[in-house]
Design a protein around this ligand. Structure first.
Ligand SMILES: [Zn+2]
Length: 378
């Protein structure tokens, strides 16, 4: 991460954010605004049938198919396309890995960058960070860029057409934003943007959390029916813009470190980032000793939208798994868990994980027991 003087606070954001039904139809005019006449679009082949026509309609467009991994080789391959065609802008259309590849091509070449997320599963679209993997998908490094995308264009009709698990995972990732920014603000830890959080980041993070509580269930229902509603619009904004700005300038803490720790267990690899982060949020709240009412609120939302609340929900057997290895990784030097306002040890993390698992089991059982009761007539 680029260094900023420790006393300074920093807020970073994309130049422009556009969201709504049919937003992708404005890709051409957004590129015109950036004075781009030969844009290279990095297109995820999985969404060609859905957005291919809108992409092909952009004047002067050159389309490159995304290979599937944000790896050094793929970044070099797309960069070669850009120079071969003398492209004057880079556009990513797809998921987080396509976006991160486009960032890693556009920024070193100092070209305008437009991000068109076709799912709302992560808060990657607005940020100035690429997560780079090797060709087998193992994590290699973070690459930090000097600026955020010039434009983020989110078509909610496209998001509504994607499988619901993407939106739900995005809610899990968004659930962490407020609690992690809140912790980071007490210690004035430097966020990804390179400085301590401003009130702006905290306020957006809080709005993200409140939006997910208010509209999370209705948004899930909308995507199940593939319809666009105001509740879906607000949750897409929360998952993408509010969570993106909130984490980048507000800071991460224990939930993401516990997520990183869980990736040590092979059995969690079938579960998505936001799903593991959601379990990490509950463990973080118990590690911090937050009031029961807050933990109940988070666990209930997870149960309502279909996010994991127990170790079993992320494929882990609490008896057999090496939770100490998870905790050691979560507490590694440089991990954001150390942004908490107290010293954290691996023992504390193991206990918080087991406590979260117990909490999730009990809350689920309580709700299942109460469900069949008939309404009492008055
Ligand atoms: Zn995340």
């Amino acid at each position: 991460m680029p260094a900023t003087a420790p006393s300074l606070a920093v807020f970073a954001a994309p130049g422009r954010y556009v969201q709504g039904r049919g937003a992708i139809e404005t890709l051409g005019s957004e590129l015109e605004r950036l004075k781009a006449s030969k844009p290279l679009v990095l297109l995820d082949p999985a969404v060609r049938d859905i957005v291919g026509e809108a992409v092909d309609a952009v004047p002067g467009v050159v389309v490159a198919e995304f290979g599937g991994e944000c790896s050094p080789g793929e970044i070099d391959r797309i960069a070669a396309h850009v120079s071969e065609h003398s492209a004057d802008a880079v556009v990513a259309v797809g998921g987080g890995k396509a976006m991160d590849t486009a960032k890693a091509v556009a920024h070193p070449a100092e070209l305008p960058l437009v991000i068109v997320p076709t799912i709302a599963s992560t808060d990657a679209p607005t940020s100035a960070v690429s997560v780079v993997y090797d060709d087998d998908g193992a994590f290699l490094e973070y690459r930090f860029w000097a600026r955020n995308p010039h434009c983020v264009l989110v078509d909610t009709q496209v998001i509504a057409g994607a499988p619901v698990r993407f939106l739900v995972a995005g809610i899990g990732d968004g659930l962490s934003t407020f609690f992690e920014a809140d912790a980071s603000s007490t210690t004035r830890a430097a966020a990804m943007a390179g400085g301590a959080p401003l009130q702006a980041a905290l306020t957006l993070a809080r709005l993200c959390y409140d939006t997910l509580l208010a509209d999370g269930v209705a948004a899930r229902q909308a995507v199940e029916r593939k319809v666009v509603t105001p509740a879906l619009e607000r949750v897409v904004e929360a998952n993408t813009l509010l969570s993106g700005l909130g984490f980048e300038s507000g800071g991460l803490a224990a939930a993401h470190s516990i997520h990183n720790g869980l990736t040590a267990l092979h059995e969690t690899h079938d579960f998505w980032h936001g799903e593991k982060v959601a379990f990490g949020v509950v463990a973080m709240l118990l590690l911090e000793g937050r009031p029961t009412a807050v933990v109940d609120e988070v666990v209930d939302l997870c149960l309502d939208v279909g996010l994991p609340v127990t170790l079993g929900d992320v494929g882990v057997d609490p008896e057999g798994a090496d939770l100490r290895a998870v905790a050691d990784l979560a507490c590694a030097e440089g991990e954001t868990i150390h942004n908490l306002p107290f010293a954290v040890t691996p023992e504390m993390v193991v206990d918080a994980i087991l406590a979260a698992d117990a909490y999730g089991h009990e809350r689920r059982t309580l709700r299942e027991r109460s469900r069949p009761l008939p309404a009492v007539a008055s």
